[in-house]
Write a protein that binds this ligand. Structure first.
Ligand SMILES: Cc1cc2nc3c(=O)[nH]c(=O)nc-3n(C[C@H](O)[C@H](O)[C@H](O)COP(=O)(O)OP(=O)(O)OC[C@H]3O[C@@H](n4cnc5c(N)ncnc54)[C@H](O)[C@@H]3O)c2cc1C
Length: 322
């Protein structure tokens, strides 16, 4: 049985995504338990320098113009051979649009088990035990990672990205890209958020509203609170889908990743697609009427109260304190 733990490095437009460092940090105790190495898989076009701060024992780098932009098709074809040859104990992918597409296809194509939305995978009595957030994060499923090789997708929150960064560049082994044949997918361009609005990714205080805000009129209560706190309002997908807030204010997998000093989550359940984009906030405070809402797994502080009752009172208190 293979011992190494593979990690697929996600990068976009010349930048390694934080989830890659989180996965490398998660892989370290796994490799220590199996007696293997943490092996980063980096696919790119002229992107070898992205390996420089990866906390891996070694990096397998594959270069091809087909990897200049991510397409699941090119990645799937290239990684098939890598997994077959290397037979790792586990291969970790982000529980992201990129990782989900690649891992799902590889699992089906190679007949390998896939455990998705893992928050942790830890050594236990000679095996690896996973904790997976299923049903939108409402249920924590635990089990033993199947042998000999299992694929894992990982949600953020279990480790900080800094734990997956190394001060020194790891050894890089360049492996030839396989013949990729006729690829049917190409990237034609990136959709940029409309200009003219604030960039929530750069804001220090975010008052974020979810479906719990109940209707468009209540957005005003959040605006007043944000103004008092010196921040801006953003929201979860249902709020943007109903056009209570513009797309530029969407936080999450389909929106922006944010890292404010304060993230105030009001009436947000904490689905994986949302929390993956807020996990690196300095402080998360959640307000939710449901004591079991998954957002409380991530929040430093929480209040189980009605947001609609709380917001005006909080705004007044902040104004008075000023
Ligand atoms: C491919 C894909 C991409 C996605 N991308 C995103 C994304 O980018 N961003 C995103 O946010 N979601 C995204 N989603 C959707 C995501 O799965 C969740 O459905 C969404 O995050 C839920 O939003 P919510 O927490 O506002 O709503 P809900 O899950 O409905 O939660 C509402 C919460 O409000 C609480 N509540 C209700 N009333 C009150 C009250 N009066 N006071 C206090 N609390 C109250 C409830 O207890 C509940 O926890 C995506 C889903 C998919 C499949």
């Amino acid at each position: 049985m293979g011992k190494d733990i593979y990690v697929l490095i996600e990068h976009l437009r010349g930048q390694v995504m934080d989830i890659s460092y989180v996965m490398l940090a998660a892989a370290r105790p796994m490799a220590a338990a199996t007696g293997g190495q943490v092996v980063a898989l980096l696919l790119g076009s002229g992107a070898q320098s992205l390996a420089n701060d990866l906390a891996a024992d070694r990096v397998l780098y594959m270069d091809s113009p087909a990897f200049a932009d991510f397409t699941s098709e090119a990645y799937q074809r290239a990684l098939t051979g890598v997994l077959q040859t290397g037979s790792p104990r586990a291969a970790i992918f982000g529980d992201t649009s990129i990782g989900g597409e690649v891992a799902g296809w590889l699992a089906a194509h190679l007949g390998l088990p896939l455990v998705s939305a893992c928050r942790r995978v830890e050594p236990e009595n000679g095996s690896l035990r996973f904790v997976s957030q299923i049903c939108g994060g409402k249920i924590m499923a635990e089990g033993v990672l199947p042998e000999p090789t299992a694929l894992v997708t990982m949600v953020p929150g279990g480790f900080k990205p800094e734990q997956g960064r190394a001060p020194q560049a790891p050894p890089v082994e360049i492996i030839p890209a396989p013949a990729l044949g006729d690829l049917r997918m190409t990237v034609k361009g990136y959709f940029e958020p409309a200009a003219g609005d604030v960039d929530i990714a750069k804001e220090r205080v975010l008052v974020s509203v979810g479906r719990g805000i109940q209707n468009r009129d209540n957005i005003e209560l959040a605006e007043e609170l944000a103004k008092a706190l010196g921040g801006v309002v953003c929201g979860s997908r249902p709020v943007v889908d109903q056009e209570w807030l513009p797309m530029t204010r969407l936080v999450g997998k389909s929106g922006k990743t944010v890292k404010p000093k304060l993230y105030l989550a009001l009436g947000i359940s904490g689905a994986p697609e949302h929390v993956e984009a807020v996990a690196d906030s300095e402080m998360i405070i959640a307000v939710n009427s449901d004591a079991d809402a998954p957002i409380y797994n991530l929040a430093r502080y929480g209040a189980q109260v009605d947001v609609l009752e709380l917001m005006p009172v909080l705004t007044e208190k902040v104004q008075q304190a000023k």
